[in-house]
Design a protein around this ligand. Structure first.
Ligand SMILES: C[S@@+](CC[C@H](N)C(=O)[O-])C[C@H]1O[C@@H](n2cnc3c(N)ncnc32)[C@H](O)[C@@H]1O
Length: 221
């Protein structure tokens, strides 16, 4: 795709190839966790071949964005097999083709480990999230266990070269830097897998309407 830096183009080619040849990805309990929390207009960034599709409830209006055109086509086939209506588009997480404050939920499922500029991707996710909207992510991250972390450090050059897969990332840092409020934070598999739900602040005073309606604020300074 034009306009991409060299690393993003390298990742696109890797995932074009993987989408055409790799066996179906394994099931993951975290996908239920994501599906049960997604609501309203939902964007999944780096949706791949659509592994998460069956886990979203029918009332969710899903948009999936993915760098690899081959993966987008596979996800579209998967959606059709499942009888789901989803909008699937090819694009780059670092510059999303959506307006500000458009989605109620934005999801990353094992994508921030691969997206070359993970910080820009989180900033973009927050930009397109509505105030009071929810960011959900399930990612493999740097382990707090020193032995595992040493292993991650050893393997990372290989996984980055082969799959663009970073093993030592900490997406929580980017989510906090964007000012989101953490609602849920869990670590699994010796701290290697993180599940995170975070909320974008509503504009100041937006939550006060009910008090005005109930007369609760009358007479208050
Ligand atoms: C490890 S796969 C995960 C796919 C899927 N979310 C899942 O859980 O099975 C990572 C995905 O992120 C996509 N990706 C990598 N960089 C991206 C970018 N800059 N923009 C959008 N998607 C990207 C890859 O093409 C790949 O499909």
């Amino acid at each position: 795709m034009p306009g991409h830096d060299a690393e993003t183009e390298r990742i696109r080619l890797i995932y074009d190839r993987r989408a055409a040849t790799a066996p179906p990805a394994r099931k993951d309990a975290g996908l239920h966790w994501i599906g049960s929390r997604a609501a309203g207009q939902t964007l999944e960034i780096g949706i791949g071949r659509g592994r998460t599709l069956p886990f979203y409830p029918p009332e969710v209006h899903l948009t999936g964005l993915e760098l690899s055109g081959v993966a987008v086509a596979a996800a579209a086939r998967r959606a059709a097999e499942l009888g789901l209506e989803a909008t699937l588009v090819q694009g780059d997480a670092a510059s999303l083709p959506f307006p500000d404050e458009h989605f109620d939920t934005v999801v990353f499922s094992y994508a921030l480990c691969t997206i070359p500029d993970d910080r820009a991707a989180v900033a973009e996710a927050v930009r397109v999230l509505r105030p009071d909207g929810c960011l959900l992510l399930i990612e493999h991250v740097r382990s707090p266990n020193l032995i595992l972390r040493a292993l991650e450090r050893l393997l990372e050059p290989l996984t980055v070269r082969r799959m663009g897969d970073h093993l030592l990332r900490e997406p929580l840092d980017h989510v906090l830097a964007e000012g989101l409020e953490i609602e849920e934070l869990e670590r699994h598999w010796f701290g290697v897998v993180e599940r995170l739900a975070a909320r974008k602040a509503a504009p100041y005073g937006a939550g006060e309407d009910w008090k005005v309606a109930a007369g609760a604020v009358s007479g208050m300074p």
